[in-house]
Design a protein around this ligand. Structure first.
Ligand code: ADP
Ligand code: ASP
Ligand code: MG
Length: 457
């Protein structure tokens, strides 16, 4: 049996028309003898809306909450009618039951005038829970033996609400109990992405964009042959299409390249997606559900080398640079340890690091605890902070083989003051930090240099 996880993102399951298109993609997979497990996101924009409703509830704006519930009911109810027709009553009841529970959580938030991370996760999870019920019913109405599987019976996590870490062994065990038997009896399991279950049974989420991660986790738990990420672009592109007008599709990527690109801002993949796939060497494919015939991007451990100097560029915006300087500590042991222990103490990951003899510069994405970190660092060093910065990251396995690429990259950015430059030990990426306001232009320049002129070099 060729088990394939097919994950459909928000735009691929946004309404009845999109879900109909998704069903035809599943049909093609079944006709080619695949045994699919379907993982779905919430309808597009629903998660944002749910979080806004929780925020409104925490300040007693009941009208916003009521409008939100009405809209969710209408959106899912309309789609159910269109997709399931005359026999929509059972799924309509499931949708209403789900919305009633959501309404109760929102009311509790209203009463308490506070939404903690546990309550927020329960609210945010509703989008995927609603949509997985709907898509399962729609598949059944189109003649498939599809079964709704509650993500909370499969995806086991710790209790880090808002960013739960999966528990691989427990998830594998649950998948053997609740997913594999369905596949073995020829049925299609339909599971909401993004959502998991804490050890005490509470609902968790894997963090924004986490449905890709769910797909990869479920893929490894059932030992799938392939994990497919169906989205609204033709694959991994050479740059962010919201910045660069005509980026190219990257046909093949290594796991390492995909991880770096996702981590440094290529939104098409959640940054953790690749890790489970690497551990089990399962290929990941990114495909366009609006153009299912397009080839997409294939991510594997050893892609064919097409000789390209670099693979793609990514950009992470709105980061903060922290400079730590200490002449007293010049050449002293333990200085770096103290610096990094401070970040660890405040549970704040650092992304890019550069050092000179007397100073260290780091970037952080999550600036919530920067004031405390700065106070702690000031006990032994001078500290300055610069906000509104961006990381521009050039990724490619061939960077280590082509020594001229780095000079082309830096040359293309000659008119942009670079705050930090770093090449990691993997030599798979070259990372620059510059002012956030300059990032879009810098990315366009770099893309022109590396991809538009590549043919004549
Ligand atoms: P989904 O809802 O299907 O998960 P996302 O919005 O999370 O989709 O991710 C797809 C989007 O990622 C694209 O529409 C595109 O704007 C954005 N994106 C950013 N960088 C890249 C890149 N390098 N390649 C492809 N898409 C990218
Ligand atoms: N619906 C969730 C979000 O918007 C998860 C996802 O779509 O991947 O973040
Ligand atoms: Mg996504």
């Amino acid at each position: 049996m060729r088990k394939v996880v097919m994950k459909f993102g928000g735009t691929s399951v946004a309404d009845a028309a999109a879900i109909t298109q998704t069903i035809s993609i599943v049909r093609r997979a079944v006709e080619s003898d695949a045994a699919p497990v379907v993982v779905v996101s919430a309808m597009s924009k629903v998660t944002d809306r749910l979080l806004a409703m929780a925020d409104a509830a925490s300040s007693g704006r009941t009208d916003v909450v009521r409008d939100g519930l009405d809209e969710l009911s209408r959106r899912h109810g309309d789609a159910a009618l269109r997709l399931v027709g005359a026999s929509a009553a059972p799924v309509a009841r499931d949708i209403e039951r789900e919305l009633t529970e959501l309404g109760a959580v929102l009311q509790a938030i209203d009463v308490l005038r506070h939404a903690d991370s546990r309550a927020l996760d329960r609210v945010a999870a509703s989008g995927e829970l609603l949509n997985s019920r709907l898509v399962a019913a729609a598949l059944r109405a189109h003649g498939f033996e599809a079964a709704f599987v509650d993500a909370r019976s499969v995806l086991m996590t710790d209790a880090t609400y808002g960013q739960a870490a999966p528990l691989a062994d427990a998830t594998k065990e649950a998948a053997s109990e609740f997913v594999l038997p369905l596949l073995q009896s020829g049925r299609i399991p339909v599971i909401g992405g993004f959502v998991g279950r804490a050890p005490d049974g509470a609902t968790t989420t894997l963090g924004r964009g986490g449905s890709d991660y769910s797909a990869a986790l479920i893929g490894t738990a059932i030992d799938a042959s392939e994990i497919q990420i169906w989205t609204d672009v033709d694959g991994m592109l050479t740059a962010d299409p919201r910045i660069v007008e005509e980026p190219r599709v990257v046909r093949q990527l290594s796991f390492g390249e995909a991880s770096e690109l996702a981590y440094f801002g290529a939104k098409v993949l959640h940054p953790s997606t690749i890790l489970p796939a690497v551990a089990h060497n399962i290929p990941v494919r990114i495909l366009n559900s609006r153009r299912p015939e397009a080839e997409g991007t294939l991510i594997t451990s050893s892609p064919a080398d097409d000789g390209r100097p670099v693979t793609a560029i990514a950009c992470k915006r709105g980061v903060t640079v922290v400079d730590v300087t200490s002449t007293r500590m010049l050449m002293a042991y333990g200085f770096l340890r103290r610096v990094f222990e401070t970040f660890e103490h405040y549970r704040t990951p650092v992304d890019v690091v550069t050092t000179s003899e007397v100073s260290v510069s780091v970037t952080v994405d999550d600036r919530r605890r920067v004031p405390e970190i700065v106070n702690a660092l000031r006990e032994f060093a001078d500290v300055s902070v610069e906000e509104e910065m961006a990381i521009l990251c050039v990724v490619g396995e061939n960077l280590r083989r082509r020594s001229d690429t780095a000079s082309r990259v830096i040359g293309a950015l000659a008119t942009f003051p670079l705050r930090m430059v770093s090449q990691a030990a993997s030599r798979r990426n070259l990372t620059m930090v510059l002012a956030d306001s300059a990032a879009p232009d810098a990315m366009k320049h770099l893309h022109d240099e590396l991809f538009e002129t590549v043919a004549i070099r």
